[in-house]
Design a protein around this ligand. Structure first.
Ligand SMILES: Cc1cc2nc3c(=O)[nH]c(=O)nc-3n(C[C@H](O)[C@H](O)[C@H](O)COP(=O)(O)OP(=O)(O)OC[C@H]3O[C@@H](n4cnc5c(N)ncnc54)[C@H](O)[C@@H]3O)c2cc1C
Length: 368
């Protein structure tokens, strides 16, 4: 009997887990969806803790493989030089067909464009780029050689590892149609539309973004899917009965309100349940789509400055998670609260916030 240890689950050796459920939580606007996805996976066995990230290795989107095969004039069931022994179709389904590689862009004579992580869509994907090469079939092998393996996508654990056979993710999904083809994130498409299928996942530790084990109060500031790790924190504390209050300041676009009514918070029901159970002590939702003008999390901190100072005096730890613009502005917003409420100088306030950052009392997680 082979007693050698099993290889650790990693990007090179991911675990196949079933997508057990996917619920559309909110559609803020056409093509701007938030989903709650449950994987039949044991986060504890995978060593994934609240604050950690789950890596998902996405298969190509429906239509991308067929499109590349057709654009290159290949036979999907036959191998090509670049694919070794593998049939082209199967090989392509493991490649990065959404974010074109630099090599592919150069081969197509296109200036390298920023990828979808930093640019607003529409972004050309690999198929758009290949389709723009006039003699693509003649260069099929050279083109295939530019296609790298699919890059893993990151999603924060949004449940407690104590929940057996359940690993939740909050997933932003942005499907749009362009030039006759559906465009969307590869991993978000898999997670939200392929319930019952498998996803290949692996843990990505994030030791700087962990629940304190001393029962400190938590000031949690999130936008959009950045609520994910805080959902994990709250569920973990709810299940362990750990002491400490939690105040969530949540910025979102909300949904509904088309007929002139109020827009609804994506996680309204969850927040009410968490408040009732005591795992959440306070929640303030800032909606950027309000009829009477947008409201942002920074304004909530300013408006409730005296409460922020009370929580800080009580030893609260501060966490911010979400888009880069919000997370990077939180240090400045907190410093402004200190200036306004304590009457200290801007320099002193900035130094105070930097001290929290260095000591880990202020933890930031950017979804870039
Ligand atoms: C530490 C960390 C934690 C994160 N946690 C979360 C989380 O919990 N939840 C979450 O939702 N995100 C999270 N993110 C962000 C997430 O990893 C990225 O948004 C990732 O790109 C999503 O992968 P995807 O395959 O769905 O989209 P990608 O394929 O990477 O595409 C990115 C975006 O571009 C759009 N797009 C892609 N190709 C095209 C095209 N050709 N034309 C037009 N539009 C296009 C997609 O719709 C998508 O919105 C996290 C990021 C980090 C770094």
């Amino acid at each position: 009997m082979d007693t050698s240890p099993l290889p650790a689950i990693s990007a090179r050796n991911p675990q196949q887990v079933r997508i057990a459920a996917a619920e559309l939580v909110a559609r803020a606007a056409p093509g701007h969806e938030t989903w709650l996805v449950s994987l039949a996976a044991d986060a504890a066995a995978l060593g994934i803790e609240p604050g950690d990230t789950v890596g998902v290795i996405p298969p190509a989107l429906a239509g991308q493989v067929e499109g590349v095969v057709a654009a290159l004039g290949l036979v999907p069931g036959s191998p090509a030089r670049a694919t070794g022994d593998q049939p082209v179709g199967a090989w392509l389904s493991t490649r990065e067909l959404s974010i074109p590689s630099m090599k592919l862009l150069r081969l197509a004579g296109l200036a390298p464009a920023p990828g979808p992580h930093s640019a607003a869509p529409p972004v050309p994907d690999a198929l758009d780029v290949i389709a723009s090469i006039p003699d693509a079939p003649a260069q099929a092998d050279a083109i295939l050689a530019t296609l790298r393996p699919a890059a893993p996508r990151a999603f924060s654990l949004a449940s407690s590892p104590r929940e057996e056979e359940r690993l939740d993710l909050i997933v932003g999904h942005h499907p749009t149609e362009r030039e006759g083809r559906m465009r969307a994130g590869v991993a978000s498409s898999l997670l939200t539309t392929a319930v019952g299928a498998n996803a290949a996942i692996f843990p990505i530790p994030n030791p700087q973004f962990r629940l304190p084990d001393d029962g400190s109060d938590l000031l949690l500031i999130a936008t959009g899917t950045g609520y994910g790790p805080f959902r994990a924190f709250l569920r973990e504390r709810g299940l362990t009965g750990a002491p400490g209050r939690a105040w969530l300041v949540y910025g979102e676009r909300g949904s509904g309100g088309e007929g002139g009514g109020e827009r609804r918070s994506a996680f309204e029901d969850e927040f009410s349940a968490a408040l009732a159970s005591g795992s959440l002590s306070r929640v303030d939702v800032a909606m950027s789509t309000r009829q009477d003008g947008p409201r942002y999390v920074q304004e909530v901190l300013q408006e409730f400055g005296p409460d922020v100072v009370d929580w800080l005096d009580a030893g609260a730890r501060i966490y911010a998670c979400g888009n880069a613009g919000m997370v990077e502005s939180i240090g400045g917003a907190l410093a402004q609260v200190l200036v306004d409420e304590l009457g200290i100088s801007a320099g002193e306030a900035v130094a105070q916030v930097e001290g929290w950052r260095e000591s880990g009392r202020l933890a930031l997680d950017v979804f870039a």
